[in-house]
Design a protein around this ligand. Structure first.
Ligand code: ADP
Ligand code: MG
Length: 692
């Protein structure tokens, strides 16, 4: 690392803070400069208390009239503050004695917070505040106040102070913040230089409208948005072209295995499955690596398409690897696929993270020797020690769980004398077109836009948890009529431990109330073998009710299950709800989904549950989700390289994408030496990761 850019040059940054900053992806002073505010507050004017309105953020200033500790439902400190226009209460639920004594009668206080209607008229809850010596004491802030993304242990105030120093440093130095966009582009579009743009965005003058900043249309923002989108575009183009330079085995075969597989099946492929299979076979016949994304709604039959693709590659005597994001799903694929392929003389292998000891050694050996021809597993297949004999095709199911770049890691594993394996990516999360254009700019896309015949529609209802008893009754009724049911427990906490605990509690509660039912439990902390045993028992109808965490979200296929209860659906994304719900409606029974929510619901939550009730179309649901929540959430934070978008917002800035593509072409032609630094600047880590 360049000494000059070391973070410890800033006052107050020691090893500990440096480590915390790294969690925000800030490794140098330059990174710090690109850590941009995600919104602004206007604290430049003091507002009269008398003119405050509900839900309005504002700075107010006044004299303390009283400060009392109240013992209501929750202990709180209530301070009354007055200016000449009125009186306002500020309330603290967390406070100490020192704080209380600060607010002595007559003291002058300035607060920043959002006014809310409370028990005693308008109140500010936990405002930021400061006690002033005189009313002339440091005037309100001369700029808009930036609000930065932050993490545990680093306060907003801390980041602002660091930024203060960093900005001074930037004002005095240029290096290494070179302008990577050609000067003539900037002039042509009336955009500021990089340095001007950064200085502006960290400290916009108070004259700038908050609304303009929120719209993302200010030239300083535009300038960075374009640069960021360009960097992503370049990165994906580069990955693709690197891959395509390698070439791939052109697969020629007689469709013998393909036809043999179809003959065994109790059904025929849908037209959509056939069409997509033809797309794939055409790609496979080329001497270039296929990079194809298959989008198909839950239950559209992606597994069959994957199996048919595998047939061609297997017949040409290459291995096929299929990777799934969870063990349950991988296990299920293994069951299905070995059921289809073993009778045809194709040996299937299995490798998961939990495959240990002798089993692991044996698995690795049969993969390396080529004895295992179709290998199913989890991301364990990525590991260094896994060496394939002749890997011709990699299939990744439910791609959105893996990083956009991560899947490319398998490309080195082919052992094909410089050739790359083909890649097929399958996802049930429908990706709205604008997002697909940038998130998957490096992929060709096919869509399975038809469900197999004979599916029954799912009736979805939203029920408040005050009616939990009725819902339990309903589960009972369904099971008595020989149907099976899922009860899905969710928790807002990221903690898997808590999730599993919740599921255990619910299972115990249901077992007590429905003691005549056979109830099983699966969650992420159980051993693979335990999970597999429970799933198998449920599939065989040895269990009536399966209580589960969201581990069953993808791929689980039990046609006799026709009722699903989802607890706290308001905490899940619509795409995830749609996935979960897709576990029912797979057989001939009329199916139902009960969204058992915690009342009261916010307006957005209501709208979102409404979308689930009115539609079963994954694409429609995804579009609605995008409208209600924005793209970051739709794709999830860990899901794609887009998580790293710092200034751009794909939905808001979608109109820029054609221009960005044009810019990318021009930059390759006119300034190829700038491609690398641009990618490093915006995607540093992800790219390093992708290079594994
Ligand atoms: P998904 O696209 O969600 O992965 P699956 O591949 O798990 O869907 O298929 C869901 C169910 O539909 C499976 O039981 C599968 O055997 C069945 N299926 C797939 N294709 C057809 C078809 N053409 N006709 C009838 N059933 C099919
Ligand atoms: Mg599937």
């Amino acid at each position: 690392m360049d000494k000059q850019l070391d973070l410890t040059r800033l006052k107050g940054v020691g090893p500990k803070l440096r480590e915390q900053l790294q969690r925000l992806n800030i490794h140098s002073l330059a990174d710090l400069m690109f850590h941009l505010p995600f919104r602004y507050e206007d604290r430049s004017r003091i507002q009269m208390i008398g003119s405050l309105q509900h839900q309005q953020p504002a700075v107010i200033q006044g004299e303390v009239r009283s400060a009392d500790v109240l013992f209501g439902k929750r202990r709180s400190l209530l301070v009354k503050i007055a200016d000449h226009s009125g009186v306002l209460s500020i309330r603290f639920y967390h406070f100490n004695a020192a704080q209380k004594s600060q607010f002595r009668r007559g003291a002058l206080v300035r607060c920043y917070g959002e006014a809310r209607r409370g028990a005693s008229g308008l109140e500010l809850y936990h405002p930021e505040y400061q006690l002033l010596e005189t009313s002339l004491d440091d005037l309100p802030e001369p700029q808009l106040t930036p609000v930065y993304p932050t993490t545990e242990g680093i306060s907003q105030q801390r980041i602002r102070l660091l930024m203060e120093q960093a900005l001074e440093w930037l004002a005095a130095n240029n290096i290494p913040l070179d302008d990577l966009l050609p000067l003539d582009w900037l002039q042509q579009w009336g955009l500021p230089s990089l340095k001007q743009a950064l200085l502006f965005l960290h400290r916009p003058p108070r004259e700038v409208e908050l609304a303009e900043m929120a719209s993302g249309h200010h030239p300083a923002q535009r300038r960075l948005i374009l640069e960021e989108l360009l960097a992503h575009q370049l990165s994906m183009q580069r990955l693709r072209s690197k891959l395509q330079q390698q070439g791939a085995p052109a697969i020629q075969d007689t469709w013998t295995l393909h036809n043999a597989l179809l003959e065994q099946l109790p059904f025929t492929p849908t037209r959509a499955q056939q069409r997509v299979t033809v797309d794939i076979v055409t790609d496979l016949s080329q001497p270039l690596p296929m990079l194809r994304l298959i989008q198909g709604d839950v239950g559209s039959g992606k597994t069959l398409v994957a199996a048919l693709a595998a047939c061609h590659v297997l017949e040409a005597d290459f291995q096929v690897a299929l990777m799934a994001p969870t063990e349950i799903l991988a296990e299920q694929h293994f069951q299905n696929l070995s059921g289809w392929f073993e009778p045809l003389g194709i040996h299937c292998g299995w490798l998961a993270g939990k495959t240990k000891g002798k089993a692991r050694v044996a698995a690795l050996e049969s993969i390396a020797s080529g004895q295992a021809r179709l290998i199913v597993g989890t991301h364990a297949l990525f590991q260094d020690e896994v060496q394939f004999h002749r890997l011709g095709l990699v299939i990744v199911d439910e791609q959105h769980r893996f990083g956009v770049h991560q899947r490319l890691a398998l490309k080195e594993k082919g052992n094909l004398g410089g050739l790359s394996p083909h890649q097929l990516i399958m996802t049930a999360t429908p990706i709205p077109r604008t997002l697909a254009m940038s998130a998957y700019a490096d992929l060709d896309t096919s869509i399975i836009d038809e469900l197999p015949p004979g599916r029954t529609p799912i009736t979805t209802v939203a029920v408040s948890d005050q009616r939990r008893e009725e819902v339990i009754q309903r589960v009972d009724n369904a099971c008595r009529e020989q149907a099976q049911a899922y009860w899905v427990c969710t928790l807002i906490e990221e903690s898997e431990a808590l999730q599993c605990q919740a599921a255990e509690n619910t299972a115990a509660e249901l077992a007590e109330q429905l003691s005549h039912l056979r109830i099983g439990l699966v969650h992420g902390r159980m051993k693979t073998s335990e999970k597999a045993a429970i799933m198998a028992a449920f599939k065989a109808h040895e269990l009536d009710l399966l209580v589960a965490t969201t581990v069953i979200e993808v791929g689980v296929d039990v046609p006799n299950a026709s009722l699903m209860v989802i607890e706290n659906p308001e905490r899940l994304g619509l795409a995830q709800l749609h996935q979960l719900r897709g576990r029912v409606g797979r057989g001939s029974l009329a199916s139902h989904c009960v969204l058992l929510y915690k009342a009261p619901l916010s307006l957005t939550s209501k709208q979102r549950l409404q979308v689930m009730r009115e539609s079963q179309d994954g694409f429609y649901i995804a579009e609605q989700d995008l409208m209600l929540r924005g793209p970051g959430e739709v794709l999830g934070t860990r899901q794609t390289g887009l998580q790293m978008l710092r200034v751009a917002d794909l939905q808001r800035d979608a109109e820029l994408l054609p221009q960005v593509r044009e810019m990318a072409t021009q930059l390759w032609q006119q300034h190829p030496e700038r491609v690398e630094p641009l990618i490093l600047r915006w995607l540093g880590d992800a790219e390093r990761y992708a290079a594994v």
